[in-house]
Design a protein around this ligand. Structure first.
Ligand code: PLP
Length: 380
């Protein structure tokens, strides 16, 4: 038998309460109220303002990228990022089925098709080996990029995701995609502050995207950021998310279909205050992860820790149960006791909208889907 009751007591002691313990709740301990008041006093509460500029500068510094663009949420950021790297109607985008639905939706919003490649068991993110196998079988290099020789469609991008803040094998993925002339967009929505070989996630691909939704490590209510080392692409991101308006002091002229995806200054104010605390949040979460790792050390419930050469932000922590039955038992007992736990997402091709998409063997994704459960991970 797995020791669920012991686990419940440990989590209650760790969070020092017998009341309901959520999976992840925000913490506002810094300049949040001050900065919000400043925006109201300044009247600049909407799509332009000093905090938007400050937020973009902070994101450039944190991710060591040349250009960061504030957007209204992570999903719209990924949608625009895909368009930036040239994804068009009918194209294919290689991604993982083990992800939050926004990853696949951002592909579909571009009228492109997700192609589901398996993940690695250890990283829970896109597998370089599975990616290689797929491209060896279906890829065809042409002058203007990579095509799927079976469907005839262009393979216009690859969109790996850093699951729960654990970095994916991004260097291998970028290497493979470079050989096949496929641009990489990183869905780094969950991995702000996570590093792969000492470098920020989101800075490896042509474009990276972060989310500041209420449940993420740092929140601004709702928000996102597109980052790139290519200044031209970054500027194009700003332009596309600002209704594709040609800069002019009074004329309205829009020379392509743009979006109103700007982050309001009000949200940017909150984001700036939160980003000031990012490092202390990560430190606090890493301590919690250490406690969990020690507690689960000799148990049948395996606590997931970061891979060598990576630093995880430990956004959402998770355990791996032995099988689906044990998982279901764990989920029921913890939730009944007011300790919130949640299974990893259902695989994208099991959702009606993505049922007909191509998928490879998916052995690892199926394995993880049955076993991974998130446990309370808030900053204490
Ligand atoms: C949160 C999240 C998003 C979307 O971000 P929003 O800001 O909620 O739109 C995208 N992908 C993944 C993997 C996420 O976890």
């Amino acid at each position: 038998m797995i020791a669920v009751q012991k686990t419940i007591s440990f989590i209650q002691d760790t969070f020092n309460t017998k009341e309901f313990i959520p999976l992840h709740e925000p913490r506002f301990q810094g300049n949040e109220k001050k900065y919000l008041n400043n925006t109201i006093d300044s009247t600049f509460v909407s799509s332009v303002g000093a905090y938007v500029d400050k937020f973009e500068a902070m994101m450039q510094e944190i991710t060591t990228t040349e250009k960061a663009v504030a957007v209204v949420n992570g999903t719209s950021g990924i949608q625009v990022a895909l368009r930036l790297v040239g994804v068009n109607k009918g194209d294919e985008v290689l991604t993982q089925a083990l992800t939050f639905v926004a990853t696949a939706n951002a592909i579909a919003y571009n009228a492109a098709k997700p192609v589901f490649i398996d993940v690695d068991r250890d990283t829970m993110g896109l597998s370089p080996k599975a990616l290689n196998d797929f491209l060896d079988e279906f890829g065809e290099l042409r002058e203007d990029g990579c095509y799927n020789k079976k469907t005839g469609n262009k393979i216009a991008a690859c969109l790996p995701m850093h699951t729960f803040g654990f970095p994916v094998r991004i260097d291998e993925i970028v290497k493979i995609c470079t050989n096949w002339k496929i641009p990489v967009v990183e869905d780094a929505a969950e991995s702000l502050g996570s590093e792969f070989k000492g470098k920020s996630t989101g800075s490896f691909g042509k474009v990276g995207v972060f989310s500041f939704n209420g449940n993420k490590i740092v929140t601004c209510g709702g928000g996102g950021a597109i980052v790139s080392n290519n200044i031209e692409l970054g500027e194009k991101a700003k332009y596309l998310t600002t209704t594709a308006k040609k800069p002019h002091s009074y004329e309205y002229y829009h020379d392509e279909l743009g979006y109103n995806y700007r982050m309001p200054n009000l949200n940017a104010a909150l984001a700036c205050a939160q980003l000031e605390n990012l490092q202390s949040f990560i430190k606090n979460k890493r301590e919690l992860a250490e406690n969990y790792a020690y507690f689960f050390k000799d148990q049948d419930i395996r606590f997931r820790t970061e891979m060598p050469n990576t630093t995880a932000n430990y956004w959402l922590m998770c355990v791996e149960l032995e099988n689906k039955k044990q998982r279901d038992l764990f989920l029921k007992e913890t939730n009944d006791a007011g300790v919130m736990t949640r299974p990893i997402w259902q695989l994208m091709y099991k959702l009606p909208i993505y049922r007909d998409c191509f998928k490879d063997g998916q052995e690892n994704a199926e394995f993880l889907e049955d076993r991974i459960v998130n446990i309370p991970s808030s900053v204490r």
